[in-house]
Design a protein around this ligand. Structure first.
Ligand code: PMP
Length: 435
């Protein structure tokens, strides 16, 4: 699978591979799933990326979610520049941390948050806290939900009910994955069975608020509320991972799609991406009586040299303050326009597909059946996606380089950017049809 030659990117990729495994610092950037040369991006502004060859692309990845306002937003840049001028890290408490924590507590049902530097750190720390709080070891997760590269969460399992997991990668001890129970998503019977068998040993159940890491697979109506209740019934904590959905799916994140209306609250939540405004910042938070178990108030240890970094928290705060209801309404309109046009183009070209969304997040599955779990997501025609991806790239649209990813839009996706996407879709759909 190839696209337009990109000689400067290709040259950098060669040099990168000599000094960095696979040439990238996060695997999916390498285009391994779609083939071809990953584009090295030199700069970005608004909805547009510019690569080192000078090609421009409408960005439908948005740094895998964080860039809710678009790239290099002038007000965020100004706040960040002013913060940099004041010094970049003090290792002391700072005002931006307090302001960002207040903003997050104001938008979500958590009583308190602790800042960390990545989503992985957030879920890892939240799980330690859940184990410390409950005095239990087991963790329940769903196949196809990604929660960062935490040892105990890199467990996979074959299909079937309540399978005790084996590690999904070399390097994870069986003992770390052995405490993880992996279940099929949207499967209430599997959850009931796992809790019936192991309920007294389960510290927490972790789920993406609306999964976006197997493509977008929304929870079936009432599923998250059922999970919250099941956890409560068994004295386990319900941990909703909002690293991707937080401040993105809606103003209140994924919780804004169900919990806020149905009246249940997760015991713990994790956040990242948007709340860092493009800098390394993430957080975990939750019920006050759980959060007080964290050091220095409580016995569960957790710390970080750069946690709550003043530049990152300033960028996150500026981003959230600018993420008004109008911004979310715009994201909704843009997502709907692109989603509908993608579906129309694929239908016209005769390509079996299903478009699924959760708030402003959406993705296209290259298969005929609606997807409710990872097994369903895995039945896609990834070859058709690869052809579609490269045709879009050649037409100046940068999609996630994998069929298992959400597409992200931003406040900066204006008519010109959207029109570029709409113009690219019919040709890409025909390319997918002949793949
Ligand atoms: N949880 C979810 C739901 C995510 O989508 C991600 C990252 N895609 C993570 C956790 C891990 O975050 P990070 O890459 O910042 O470690």
């Amino acid at each position: 699978m190839t696209s337009t030659p990109a000689p400067a990117s290709a040259a950098l990729f060669d040099r990168a591979r000599a000094v960095t495994p696979g040439g990238v610092n996060s695997p999916v950037r390498a285009f391994a799933a779609v083939g071809g040369t990953p584009r090295f991006i030199r700069s970005a502004s608004g909805a547009w990326l510019t690569d080192v060859d000078g090609f421009e692309y409408v960005d439908l990845v948005c740094s895998w979610g964080p860039m809710l306002l678009g790239h290099a937003h002038p007000e965020v840049q100004a706040e960040v520049s002013a913060a940099v001028a004041r010094g970049t890290s003090f290792g002391t408490p700072t005002e931006p941390e307090v302001l960002l924590a207040e903003e997050i507590v104001g938008r979500t049902p958590v009583d308190a948050v602790r800042f960390v530097s990545s989503g992985t750190e957030a879920t890892m720390s939240a799980i330690r806290l859940a184990r410390g709080f409950t005095g239990r070891d087991k963790v329940v997760k769903f196949a196809g939900c990604y929660h960062g590269h935490v040892d105990s969460l890199l467990a996979s399992a074959g299909s079937g009910l309540a399978t005790l997991a084996v590690p999904g990668t070399p390097g994870v001890p069986a003992s770390a994955a052995g405490e993880t129970i992996v279940l099929p998503y949207n499967d209430r019977a599997a959850v009931d069975k796992a809790f019936a068998e192991h309920g007294a040993d389960i510290a927490c159940l972790i789920t993406e608020a609306a999964p976006g890491n197997m493509g977008v697979v929304p929870p079936e109506p009432g599923f998250n509320g059922f999970l919250a209740q099941t956890c409560r019934d068994h004295g386990a904590l319900f941990l909703s991972d909002e690293v991707m959905t937080g401040f993105r799916a809606t103003r209140q994140g994924g919780w804004g799609l169900d919990g806020a209306r149905e009246g249940w609250v997760p015991d713990l939540m994790t956040f990242g991406k948007v709340m860092g405004g493009g800098f390394p910042a993430a957080a975990f938070g939750g019920r006050r009586d759980v959060m007080t178990h964290l050091a220095p108030e409580g016995p569960v240890y957790q710390a970080g040299t750069l946690s709550g970094n003043p530049i990152a928290t300033t960028a996150g705060l500026a981003t959230l303050r600018l993420a008004t209801d109008e911004v979310y309404a715009h994201l909704d309109r843009v997502a709907t326009t692109i989603r509908d046009a993608a579906s129309a183009a694929l239908t016209e070209a005769g390509v079996p597909h299903v478009v699924q969304s959760a708030g402003t997040m959406f993705s296209v599955f290259f298969g005929a059946e609606p997807v409710r779990d990872f097994a369903g997501a895995s039945r896609q025609d990834t070859g058709a996606f690869a052809a579609f991806f490269h045709a879009m790239l050649e037409s100046g649209v940068y999609l996630p380089p994998s069929a298992y990813e959400a597409w992200f839009v931003s406040a900066a996706h204006d008519d010109r950017a959207v029109q570029t996407v709409l113009d690219a879709l019919p040709g890409a759909a025909r390319a997918a049809a002949s793949a």
